[in-house]
Design a protein around this ligand. Structure first.
Ligand code: CA
Length: 233
């Protein structure tokens, strides 16, 4: 048994009993602790009570749809979410990713494929703060100290406004992941923000000016067309 993340807790949200059984069995054998929920409401309850390291989320669920569950989890956590979609529902897949899911697996899938996706997403989530001590985050040319509210670009201290700093924090906390516009606005300006969404673009532009060697050809803060942004090292 070669679990890359021994003891990692996975929440499996799926309403089809046979699938729950086979996926839970395989993940358990791989060393994961598996908790399950068979409807959307229960999924949120278990998520809040158990704080899993990753969520596998079927989109077609009773009570509360998988998309609603995805949105709710993403508004309170950066936990990796892998959605399960039906073969013919491209729209659901896109909607899930827009709501902040990290990855998707199309039904019918092989258990082996699902397990490898779970591992890959956990690995990505767990290596995010690499190279940084407690209270520090780094990525590309940037390092920030969350306690002192200090930021360094290529080793030089650089001043960021509080919102720019929060945005940078969001990016560095989720390196390599698509962050939707909705998610970033929620993170930095709060769920009750009803201002112009151009505000986000303006802040991204300012971050690029401070971070990128050539702000017109960004190498770190990338635009994901129609969806949002992504920070890469
Ligand atoms: Ca289902």
């Amino acid at each position: 048994m070669a679990a890359s993340a021994p003891g990692s807790k996975v929440l499996l949200v799926e309403d089809e009993p046979a699938l729950v059984e086979s996926v839970a069995y395989s993940l358990t054998r791989e060393g994961f602790a598996v908790i399950t929920a068979t409807d959307g409401e229960r999924a949120l309850e278990r998520f809040r009570a158990e704080r899993p390291s990753l969520v596998i989320l079927d989109l077609m669920l009773p009570k509360l749809s998988g998309l609603d569950v995805c949105r709710a989890i993403r508004s309170e956590s950066q936990v990796p979410i892998v959605i399960l979609t039906a073969k013919d529902s491209e729209a659901d897949k896109v909607a899930g990713l827009e709501l902040g899911a990290d990855d998707y697996v199309t039904k019918p899938f092989s258990i082996r494929e699902l397990v490898s996706r779970v591992r890959a997403n956990l690995r990505r989530a767990q290596t995010q703060p690499a190279g940084a001590g407690p209270g520090r985050l780094s990525g590309g040319p940037v390092e920030i100290d969350l306690e002192r509210h200090e930021a360094f670009v290529r080793g030089q201290s650089v001043a960021f406004t509080p919102k720019e700093f929060d945005l940078l924090d969001s990016f560095l906390s989720a390196k390599g992941r698509l962050l939707t516009r909705e998610f970033l606005i929620n993170e930095v300006w709060g769920a009750d923000y009803y201002g112009d969404t151009k505000t986000l673009d303006v802040h991204v532009k300012r971050l690029r000016q401070k971070i990128e060697e050539n702000p017109h050809q960004p190498q770190h803060i990338l635009t994901v067309r129609g969806l949002g942004y992504k920070f890469i090292d």
